[in-house]
Design a protein around this ligand. Structure first.
Ligand code: G
Ligand code: G
Ligand code: MN
Ligand code: NA
Length: 253
């Protein structure tokens, strides 16, 4: 069996699972959201990280089916947490540009919210930059999504081709500063300048900022000093299974 065929079977056999990485408010240090990150629980190979199958899924188009599953599962789980009385907070879901090529993304999202009973304000959709995207089409799609009440974040900000074009053309609620800029924030003065500039610019445009890949207290202090809103990274927590998130939320009560 090719990996691609196995992947197809994995959807039917329900072998994908979601881990969640907490996101924290930099001011208060409280958990304010989670990012859903897919893993493949392979019957023989064990837990396969997304880096080992997402590229193939993108290439083959199967990312659309996997993405549909991720979206529904993330919304379902979030509603379960809320119904259990845990502090409500949005879940971020990564979208592939392939999911925008379909014409019905907003109606699909709307149907999933309806089916799971999740309020749209608890769903955050992460888009990444892509050379191949039709800006006009994506922009219409994003408008339809924001009309539903979901949040839009730009993932890996600063690494792609059209970051600034995005800000101009899309209804963006939040930027996620790519972890490659955060990593050397203390050693590399240009990274420090870039991060400070991204935060200032985003705030002038009324866009929230979250830093990715925060691994130590010095990075956190720098970000706090420059008024970054939120952070995510190993310093606080790696992506963890849903049970662990439940425990963290319980501890927050
Ligand atoms: O969890 P990890 O850091 O290994 O993830 C690697 C990459 O896989 C990240 O860039 C992440 O955005 C991507 N990824 C994880 N889950 C999903 C998903 O559900 N859909 C898409 N399109 N990408 C995902
Ligand atoms: O591209 P995206 O932002 O969706 O990727 C998220 C991935 O980044 C997760 O799969 C996670 O494993 C990884 N990640 C999260 N926090 C850190 C961190 O602090 N350091 C590093 N190196 N990777 C991280
Ligand atoms: Mn992401
Ligand atoms: Na990222």
């Amino acid at each position: 069996l090719t990996l691609q065929h196995e992947m197809y079977r994995a959807i039917q056999r329900n072998e994908f699972i979601l881990h969640y990485q907490p996101q924290y408010d930099l001011g208060s240090g409280t958990m304010v959201g989670v990012e859903a990150l897919v893993r493949w629980n392979h019957p023989i190979k064990g837990l396969i990280p997304p880096g080992s199958f997402i590229p193939l899924a993108e290439e083959s188009g199967m990312i659309v089916q996997i993405g549909d599953w991720v979206l529904e599962e993330a919304c379902r789980q979030n509603k379960v947490w809320q119904d259990a009385g845990l502090p409500p907070m949005p879940v971020s879901v990564n979208l592939s540009i392939r999911q925008f090529v379909q014409n019905d993304l907003a109606s699909k999202v709307s149907a999933v919210l309806e089916k799971t009973g999740l309020d749209a304000k608890y769903l955050d959709l992460e888009i990444t930059e892509s050379m191949t995207m039709d800006i006009g089409h994506v922009s219409r799609c994003l408008l339809a999504l924001t009309e539903l009440g979901v949040n839009i974040s730009v993932d890996d900000f600063g690494t792609g081709y059209s970051s600034f074009h995005y800000l101009k053309s899309f209804p963006i609620d939040r930027l996620k500063i790519d972890r490659s800029f955060v990593r050397d924030i203390q050693q590399d003065p240009s990274d420090a300048e870039i991060v400070a500039a991204i935060i200032a610019m985003a705030h002038n445009l009324n866009i929230q900022v979250i830093a990715e890949g925060v691994e130590n207290a010095e990075q956190m202090e720098f970000l706090r000093k420059h008024n970054c809103d939120e952070m995510q990274g190993y310093f606080w927590s790696p992506p963890v299974p849903s049970d662990d998130i439940e425990q963290m939320l319980n501890a927050n009560l």
